[in-house]
Design a protein around this ligand. Structure first.
Ligand code: FMN
Length: 353
């Protein structure tokens, strides 16, 4: 029996399998509202057999967006648009996860394919914010958030999570990775505050801990946190630091830590290769943390081995799913598992020659 295709229960939620789609920005929202593109894009993974499909980074406030074309969940019309996406995923027996995000100092960009990187005020850009007025390399200097601003950020996460739950999402994930706001707080390279949100690791992780506790109190819905386990840079966040943060998150009721890395230092020396972040997930799991692994996991056998060997509790794939939205249906076949295909696809399943 395949470990990858065995169900996983977190709280009262049962995931039909452990092969999940990772969050992927599409830079295709209009005024923060998702549309046809998102329904087709995310819907294709639901017809492709994945147990959980994560939304892309979805902003908790207008200035929490990465680009001017990133989606949000801070207004009624945005919530309503997401509901349509979730309903389709549910119609295929797929769970829907929302990644709640604040871009921090990496906000106010254009789409990656635009002819210039940053959005002007006329284009809908804004002044990016951060723990300290330290820019990400090549970006404008952000404004340091005040203590009062932090209370607002916390409130924005609660309001956005409330909307996500109302829209029907089965999983909430706090984005605390990739050099966005909550990672910026945690990393000593981007946080040089002198108040209770800076200095010690406990202080730097305070905002994340507060938000995690706030969201935990809202509902028994599984709560994930995506972390960058290491900055891959001298003087930055280390795996030991992140393992402690992850343990603390589990104590605060977080159900799973989604283990990524990097993103807070331009040009960091990341040893990219097949499954390169799996050892980071494994390190956290060895400390009793429930984890998912992500990063250059591209074949069924590779994903199966990660779960079967107890290196992670689940696997997320991003680019392999973009290349082949039916990755999970094919992986199940390759591993000798019978899973339901959409009935509309039956002739493709049964007639091969
Ligand atoms: C097009 C694209 C958009 C992405 N957007 C997000 C995002 O919104 N949030 C996030 O946490 N990671 C994002 N990522 C990172 C992926 O979730 C994933 O961690 C990374 O691509 C490594 O997995 P892979 O090798 O399977 O692609 C994105 C990756 C891609 C390729």
């Amino acid at each position: 029996m395949s470990a990858l295709f065995s169900p996983l229960t977190l709280r009262t939620t049962s995931f039909p399998n452990r092969l999940w789609v990772a969050p992927m920005c599409q830079y295709s929202a209009v005024d923060g509202v998702v549309g046809e593109w998102h329904r087709v894009h995310l819907g294709s993974f639901a017809t492709g057999g994945f147990g959980l499909v994560m939304s892309e980074a979805t902003a908790v406030s207008p200035e929490g967006r990465i680009s001017i074309a990133c989606p949000g969940i801070y207004r009624d019309d945005q919530e309503e648009a997401w509901r349509g996406v979730v309903e389709f995923l549910h119609s295929q027996g797929t769970l829907a996860g929302m990644q709640l995000a604040h871009a921090g100092r990496k906000g106010s960009t254009m789409q990656p394919w635009a002819d210039h990187p940053f959005a002007s005020a006329q284009e809908g850009g804004w002044e990016a914010v951060a723990p300290s007025a330290i820019p990400f390399e090549g970006y404008p200097t952000p404004r340091a958030l005040t203590i009062d601003d932090l209370a607002d950020v916390r409130q924005d996460f609660v309001a956005a999570a409330t909307r996500a739950l109302r829209a029907g999402f089965d999983v909430l994930e706090i984005h605390a990775a990739h050099g966005y706001l909550l990672h910026e707080f945690m990393s000593p390279l981007s946080n040089q505050r002198e108040d209770e949100y800076g200095g010690s690791l406990e202080n730097r992780a305070r905002l994340l801990f507060e938000i995690a506790s706030d969201l935990r109190a809202l509902s028994p819905t599984p709560l994930f946190v995506r972390v960058s386990a290491t900055d891959w840079t001298e003087g930055g966040l280390t795996v030991d630091d992140t393992a402690w943060v992850a343990e603390q998150l589990m104590e605060r009721g977080v159900d799973l830590v989604d283990v990524s890395s990097g993103g807070n230092v331009a040009g960091a020396a990341i040893p990219i290769g097949p499954g390169y972040q799996v050892p980071l997930a494994e390190a956290l799991r060895s400390r009793g943390v429930t984890v998912s692994a992500v990063g250059l996991i591209t074949t069924a056998d590779q994903a199966e081995e990660i779960v079967a060997a107890g290196r992670a509790d689940a696997v997320m794939v991003a680019r392999a799913a973009l290349r082949n939205p039916r990755f999970a249906l094919e992986a199940a076949e390759a591993l000798g598992e019978v899973i339901a295909w959409p009935v509309q696809f039956d002739r493709a399943r049964t007639v091969r020659a």
